[in-house]
Structure formats: C-alpha cells, structure tokens
Design a protein around this ligand. Structure first.
Ligand SMILES: *[C@@H]1O[C@H](CO)[C@@H](O)[C@H](O)[C@H]1NC(C)=O
Ligand SMILES: *[C@@H]1O[C@H](CO)[C@@H](O)[C@H](O)[C@H]1NC(C)=O
Ligand SMILES: [Ca+2]
Length: 379
C-alpha cells in the first residue's frame, strides 16, 4: 500500500531529518538555558559556576526591571534577549605555557591559567632533579653575646661544611650576614656609654647592636669567607628575642646584594640561640609602620630597622617562596620547639638542634639539604 514515488520519499525523509535536528537543537538549548537559569543565579560568579555554557550579561539596563537572574543564560540566549556582545561575560578556561623561559630542571617555568569560577584546568610539569646542583648557602648569624662560642667555631666548621657540600654540589658558594635586634630602646640600653659597647658591664669589648648587616655576598672564595668570619665580633642587647625575621626578610629579598644565583638552590642558614621577635613586638618601641616586604640595604646595612615593624610570619614565608629560598634554622636545644612550631607556617623550612659550639653544624646542613631535595616543593 505504501507507494510513494521516490522524489517524495526523499523529501519526506529530508523534512523528518530537519525536524529532528531542530528538536535536538531546541532540546539542547533548552537544557542549557535550564541549567543556567534553574535556581536563580544572583551574581555573575554564581552564574558561571552553573556550567561552561552559562554566560552573564552585565549590560546596565538589560531587560529593565527583570529579576537579576535573567542576566544568566547561554550566549545565544543572551544575544537573542538583546544583550550586546561586549557585555556578555563568558570567560574561557585557558592554559598558556611560556616556552621562552627554559630551565634544565623544571619545564615549563611559567604557566598562566585563566579559570572561570568552578572550572578546572590541568597541565603537566616535568621536574628533573639535577644530581649535583649549584648551591648558594648564606650564613645569617645572630651575633648577640651568647653566640660567642658558635661564632668562634664557625670558621673551622664552615670550611668543613664547604668541603662536604662539594660532594653534593657541582658549584658551592657561601655568603655571610649578621643580626642582633632593632637598635632602639627598649631592645638595647641607650645609655651613651652602652651604645658603642653594649657589653661594657662585662668588661668585654663588643660592637653596637644592629638589625642586619650584609657582610659577604655569596662567593666561592673560602679564604675570603674565613677572613670575614675572623673579623666578626659579638654584640649585645637587652631582651631575649632577637630580630631574626627582620634579617631573614632582607637576606631573602635583597637578591642582587646577597648574590643569589638564579640557577642555584638557595639555602638560608639561620644560626641563633633565641626566638625571633614577631611583627607587632616593635610597637613597644613606638615603631608602627608595617613592613613593606622590600629590600632596604644602604651600604649593606638594613636602613629601616628602627622605622619598620618586623615582618609577619606570613609575609616572610611568602617572600621565601617567591625567591625560592629554603630556610634552615640551626638553633639552640632550648629553642628547638619554638622553631619547630614554625615549620608548618614556613613551607620548605627545616629546623635542627645545634650542639654547643656549632659542632654538628656540618651534619645538620647536609641533612637539611638532603631532606629538602626529596621533598622538592613548588608552587
Ligand atoms: C615569557 O617570559 C618572558 C621572560 O620573562 C617575557 O618577556 C615574555 O613576555 C613572556 N611571554 C608571555 C607570552 O607571557
Ligand atoms: C680570595 O680571597 C682572598 C682574600 O680574601 C684574596 O686574596 C684572593 O685573591 C681571592 N681569590 C680569588 C680567586 O678571588
Ligand atoms: Ca633582643
């Protein structure tokens, strides 16, 4: 019975096809709009989270008087409803790799990612651990009076450490800087006779307190290192905590002065027998300007020590990360716990107990270096 002539059959089939496609189209756009408009989105972020097909119209007088959720919809829907192209917010997910910066250890070195709220992106990072990595080690030493023994031993220990590190590093360099505390009352005794020699009462000649002095830029010349250590003299101040974080921040951000090499691993070795002052401590001395996180070295001396607060731990951690500096706290047994509590707050840091006269300093640093190599962290 069904006798249709071929041309009509074809036409019928074509019509059916068109109808079905149209239906599919309708269903699809319908479900897209449903997704964008179900449970009224009241902000752009809300709307974009609904799904990759949802966009937001930010045009000022869009559908005057309509509920704000009407601004959310598929791009085509928004166009139809009269939203001008430039007001349709529909950011896409983009991962861009900057291939112009290359490195033998990590590739790519720079990735920029644009995400929309609620979306994901993935990328691959290749890490090649060089076996014998160039290493820069900066000794940041608390030279308050109680550190005399450690300082005395540092030149021999420093040499031994340097020899040992040559087994692990193709190119090992060291630098040196010292710190005490903010040289203002009440941290130091400001009696004129004590300013120049804070240790007068003990009939010892020592040098004035200072926030941070950068003494030796990172070098491979160990003779120079030894000479510099020999010249160091201790200092004195009044209260127990010292200005460690203040000095650490300078040593971290003053890249050029310190001489941190971009391709080397940066180790900041903090030797102290006391905890550090914290950000707000300096209010006691009337110092109320928050630390700005920048380098302030003038003639290798930290110039803002008496005018800026100590950095916060968060600020310090951020700067360490930003500059790829790993801190190693070599601290007195008594203060170990204080520094151990910092480990969670300062990623990539390490704390070790320093035995009297810094006798185990070599092992401590080598161990820190090895641990650090395994838990290679990146941001
Ligand atoms: C890639 O990095 C280089 C060096 O930092 C920079 O000059 C360049 O503009 C970057 N290119 C892109 C596409 O970000
Ligand atoms: C290393 O330092 C010493 C003294 O500090 C200096 O005499 C010597 O020339 C330096 N060596 C090199 C290779 O620079
Ligand atoms: Ca102090």
């Amino acid at each position: 019975m069904t006798s249709c002539m071929r041309p009509y059959c074809d036409l019928f089939a074509l019509r059916m096809l068109l109808l079905i496609s149209l239906l599919i189209l309708l269903v699809r756009s319908d479900s897209a709009d449903n997704r964008c408009q179900s449970a009224l989105a009241s902000t752009c972020e809300d709307c974009l989270r609904r799904g990759p097909e949802c966009a937001w119209c930010s045009q000022e007088r869009f559908l005057d008087g309509a509920h704000v959720s009407q601004r959310c919809g598929s791009v085509s829907d928004l166009r139809v409803r009269g939203c001008e192209e430039e007001f349709i917010e529909n950011p896409s997910v983009k991962v861009e790799v900057n291939a112009t910066i290359s490195s033998s250890q990590v590739s790519p070195r720079e990735i920029s990612i644009h995400l929309r709220p609620g979306s994901e992106a993935s990328f691959v990072i290749e890490v090649h651990q060089l076996e014998r990595y160039p290493v820069d080690l900066y000794y940041l030493v608390d030279v308050s009076a109680s550190m005399q023994d450690n300082l005395d031993r540092l030149k021999t220990v420093g040499l031994a450490l340097s020899h040992q590190m040559k087994e692990h590093s193709s190119d090992f360099r060291v630098g040196f800087g010292s710190f005490v505390d903010k040289p203002v009352s009440p941290y130091i005794d400001v009696h004129p006779s004590k300013l120049l020699n804070p240790c007068r009462d003990y009939e010892v000649h020592c040098r004035p307190a200072h926030g941070f002095i950068h003494v030796l830029p990172v070098t491979e010349n160990m003779t120079e290192f030894t000479r510099v250590i020999q010249e160091q003299r201790i200092s004195g101040n009044m209260d127990t905590p010292e200005g460690g974080f203040d000095a650490m921040l300078q040593a971290t951000v003053c890249q050029k002065d310190i001489g941190w090499r971009p391709e080397a691993k940066h180790l900041l070795l903090v030797m102290t027998d006391q905890p550090s002052h914290l950000a707000l401590d300096s209010k006691l001395a009337g110092i109320v300007v928050p630390h700005d996180g920048r380098c302030h070295l003038e003639d290798n001396i930290y110039s803002q020590t008496s005018s800026m607060e100590h950095p916060t731990i968060g600020q310090l951690a951020e700067k360490l990360l930003e500059n790829n500096v790993y801190s190693i706290f070599a601290v007195d047994q008594v203060q170990y716990q204080w520094y151990e509590d910092l480990l969670d707050l300062i990623p990539g840091s390490y704390v070790g107990r320093m035995f009297p006269k810094a006798s185990n300093l070599k092992d401590l640093v080598v161990h820190a270096y090895k641990v650090n190599n395994i838990t290679f962290s990146f941001t």
